[in-house]
Design a protein around this ligand. Structure first.
Ligand code: URP
Ligand code: ZN
Ligand code: ZN
Length: 505
């Protein structure tokens, strides 16, 4: 202090009044100019979201978001002047990165043909706060992956209402397919589903195929998605229950009886072992058993590059649904398991063992489902789900199970974006990210009712469930595509998302 009072220029400044005023004015002018550009910016915005609580996987804070040219241009805690931009008022609401449903089937020709196509299903997705889906291009025997992908893209292009990506689906393992895997890993499709069941459909991969595919991923950074159920065990149990006596007695519940937990746990164990041995990278889709999730957790903890997803149907329902008179509607593959699995899976989601929530949307109408005619092996597998992913999981995880909003965002957006090579273009609220955003009202309430859902399916597995928290506005690449359950986007708006290999969480 003594140094400063003795310091000549400082003493000169305090004594020289005109100089003092000059310097103070310069400082004021500088601060004003700086804060003016901070608030008013040179940029033009199409949309400004004002005063919402931005929730990312890591943090939550109140700020304005300026959107232009489909991107997030600015995030400012001290406000953005909207000018001529459309303003969305976010006070009291959350602003989330749009949900990513990493496992859907639109217009799939399997077990018959889906009742919903890309357009109605992705319009419903937008109403539910989903801004990106990842579907599958599954090759048929003799078909190249390239032609399966081309056909799937052509089918989607003019119908899909939100952005989409594709996983390859490998059902014909040969030298050509191995080369194609390498090619697509570098060219926008670095993940491939392989099936440990569906032998009669010609989709099943044996252990040698899985081993080779996983070996390749060690080198390329691709990811093998595994449908982990044991074909021989399933065949054995299905034979035991596919008798007139059993099917008359147990009806749709045979679907549950013929797929005990071991059908899944044996295959998940094998998948973990193959992944560890090869040093490859695997992701177990639609984990339906608590024990299955624990096996994945143990393997991942021991250093195996393995991840797992589960779906709302396994967290919200249990196998008592198959005892209902319309129980056959709930048949999925794998099937909804016991109450203890439902509870155990919730624990695995809460403690971070399962890191992605997806829906496995695969919609069949009541009429299509009725084609089973009492034979549980003939029920078209699958149900609607993409539209209700975010509100059902907010209700279960945040409102009822004390998960944070940040964890919900991680599970439904940031984790799939990272793992499947889309981050931070998707799954993030950052300057430069795609403006895929959801304004979410945590206090809004609604009861699930097929009459108010956008999906054209004539039934819903969660009919009557009371939702706490709903999307209010969904923005896809800077365009408002849904407002309060009303679709406002357009068919063909969705663009294909090129993804990168090597994603991790
Ligand atoms: O049950 C469903 N979703 N079936 C579709 C095919 C699959 O294995 O994901
Ligand atoms: Zn599957
Ligand atoms: Zn699936």
């Amino acid at each position: 202090m003594r140094y400063f009072t003795k310091n000549l220029p400082l003493r000169y400044f305090t004594k020289n009044l005109p100089l003092r005023y000059l310097i103070i004015s310069a400082v004021v002018l500088f601060i004003y100019t700086f804060s003016y550009t901070e608030c008013h910016g040179a940029e033009d915005y199409d949309i400004v979201i004002k005063g919402g609580t931005i929730v990312t996987a890591q943090t939550s804070f109140v700020a304005d978001i300026g959107i232009g040219n489909g991107k997030i241009l600015k995030i400012a805690k001290n406000g953005i002047v909207a000018g001529s931009a459309e303003v969305i008022y976010g006070a009291g609401k959350y602003v989330l990165p749009g949900a990513i449903d990493a496992h859907v089937h639109m217009n799939l020709k399997f077990c018959g043909s889906n009742s919903e196509d890309w357009d109605t299903s992705t319009a419903a997705a937008a109403c539910g706060g989903v801004t990106t889906i990842i579907d599958f291009a599954i090759q048929t025997k003799g078909q190249t992956l390239a032609s399966a992908i081309k056909a799937r893209m052509a089918d989607a292009r003019n119908k899909v209402c939100i952005d989409f990506a594709l996983h390859g689906g490998i059902t014909d393992w040969n030298e050509r397919t191995k080369k194609e895997m390498r090619h697509f890993t570098k060219n926008g499709i670095p993940s491939f589903k392989m099936f440990m069941i569906y032998k009669s459909q010609g989709w099943m991969a044996d252990d040698a195929m899985l081993f080779e595919a996983l070996e390749q991923t060690k080198e390329t950074g691709a990811l093998i998605l595994l449908h982990a159920e044991s074909e021989p065990l399933l065949a054995l149990f299905q034979k035991q229950y596919k008798t007139d006596k059993m099917m008359k007695k147990h009806k749709a519940y045979c679907h549950s009886l013929a797929r005990p937990e071991i059908t899944e746990t044996e295959a998940i164990n094998r998948a973990c072992f193959l992944t560890k041995t090869t040093g490859g990278r695997a992701y177990i889709v639609h984990v339906s058993s608590a024990e299955g999730s624990k096996i994945i957790g143990r393997a991942a903890k021991a250093g195996t590059h393995i991840w797992g997803e589960t779906c709302p149907q396994y967290l919200l329902l249990d196998d008592s649904v198959f005892k209902r008179s319309d129980g056959h509607l709930f048949a999925t593959c794998p099937q909804i398991k016991k109450l203890k699995d439902k509870e155990g899976l919730l624990q695995s989601v809460k403690n971070g063992v399962l890191t992605v929530l997806s829906t496995d949307t695969c919609t069949f109408s009541k009429k299509q489902k009725a084609s089973w005619n009492g034979d549980f092996t003939k029920i078209p597998y699958g149900m609607p789900g993409v539209e209700t992913l975010l509100p059902t999981m907010h209700t279960l995880l945040v409102k009822k199970s004390r998960c944070s909003m940040n964890q919900l965002v991680a599970l439904t957006s940031t984790n799939p974006a990272k793992l499947f090579g889309m981050y931070p273009q998707k799954g993030a609220i950052e300057k430069g990210s795609d403006a895929d955003l959801v304004v979410f009202d945590p206090m809004a309430e609604q009861t699930i009712d097929i009459g108010t859902l956008k999906s054209t399916c004539d039934w819903n597995p969660y009919e009557g469930m009371k939702l706490q928290g709903l999307p209010v506005v969904t923005i896809s690449r800077g365009r408002i595509v849904a407002r309060k359950g009303k679709f406002m986007g357009k068919k063909g708006w969705g663009r294909f998302v090129h993804r990168k290999p090597g994603g991790s969480i």
